[in-house]
Design a protein around this ligand. Structure first.
Ligand code: PMP
Length: 334
């Protein structure tokens, strides 16, 4: 068994259940014969490749070791010296953790009872000590989406001295018509950074590739934190091969959407409360005592999920994982 393989149903990290398509695996195997060579001193080719794909200038892109690596550089630039970083709570754990690592102050705003980020309360939490505000769409852990008009209204409320991060780690799971026109907004808002990753829909979590899109001045400020030789050389090979295998990637995204639909519908049939999710996970909203019972049931069935104070986040796995979750949850609530 590969040392990277893990047992049970691993539904706690919002990973793609499917390994890379064969053509991507083949490109990576061939690239391994050059593993003795360093990558570029600072990444130039990878941002160019992504920029061409998105139809923006290469000076609009900064890459990092996963979106996590880019977030680290963003908080190093904007979140140090006790600066306020406004974010929803709960959110992707990386935000409070990395903000504190960089010497910043996470300022947290509770989600609404239906699992949405409270945009009014987030805007009101911005004060003269704030340098960064973070929104995720779809949101982690609830999978909810910010409507394009709501986001634009929010952007206009934020002072231009505050940088706005729009984290779109899961955007590839969102239907085109529901998406925020994030790249167009970057052209008009020099304080906006859009964050994306190859870890989710593209299934390259092990290779650590993420990026931000923003105005060149902002991108330069983040790029100056990049570690020399810090980007994995296989990242570029994998991204290039994934772009050439877009149809297979899309087919996986559709399969995951199908399983998500079945998981959500199955959980709702049990009378459980699950917000509409636009990502590769579903959030089971539960009262406190039930969380423990359902979480214990899932753990007993070797199904690994992530527990929150108001519920349980379950990554959408393959068909077997969906069956296993539904069977187990049914047995714990009936
Ligand atoms: N943003 C969000 C909202 C996430 O959920 C995650 C990973 N779970 C990330 C960023 C980081 O992803 P990665 O570092 O793998 O690119």
């Amino acid at each position: 068994m590969s040392p990277l393989a893990r047992l049970g149903h691993q539904l706690q990290l919002n990973e793609n259940p499917y390994g890379p398509p064969p053509s991507v695996r083949e490109a990576l195997s061939q690239a391994l014969s050059s593993a003795n060579r360093y990558p570029e001193f600072l990444p130039r080719r990878l941002p160019r490749l992504i920029a061409e794909r998105l139809g923006v200038g290469a000076d609009h892109i900064v890459v990092g070791a996963g979106a996590t690596g880019v977030i680290m550089h963003i908080v190093q630039e904007f979140g140090s010296g006790g600066a306020g970083v406004v974010m929803a709570m709960p959110t992707f754990d990386g935000y409070p953790i990395l903000t504190s690592m960089a010497g910043g102050r996470p300022v947290t705003v509770p989600l609404t009872p239906d699992g949405r980020q409270d945009l009014d309360a987030l805007a009101e939490a911005i004060d003269p000590g704030t340098r960064l505000v973070v929104l995720c769409s779809p949101h982690n852990p609830t999978g909810t989406l910010i409507a394009p008009r709501e986001f634009e209204k929010f952007l206009h409320r934020v002072p231009t001295t505050v940088t706005v991060v729009l984290d779109e780690a899961y955007v590839d799971f969102v239907a085109g018509e529901d998406r925020i026109e994030a790249l167009a907004l970057v052209e008009h808002h020099s304080n906006l950074l859009v964050l994306r990753t190859f870890s989710k829909a593209y299934g390259l979590a092990a290779l650590r590739v993420g990026y931000a899109v923003g105005a060149p001045g902002l991108i330069d400020r983040i790029a100056r934190w990049q570690l020399p030789f810090g980007m994995n050389a296989l990242a570029e090979v994998a991204v290039r091969a994934c772009y050439a295998a877009e149809a297979e990637i899309e087919a996986r995204v559709e399969m995951i959407a199908g399983h998500r639909h079945r998981l959500t519908a199955g959980l709702r049939e049990l009378g459980l409360s699950v917000p509409d999710s636009y990502a590769n996970f579903s959030y089971l909203t539960l009262p406190e005592p039930d969380i423990d019972r359902v979480a214990a049931g899932l753990a007993g069935a070797d199904i690994h999920v992530k527990r929150y104070p108001t519920g349980i986040r379950i990554t959408v796995g393959d068909g077997d994982a969906t069956d296993a979750v539904l069977t187990t949850v049914r047995s714990t609530v009936q």
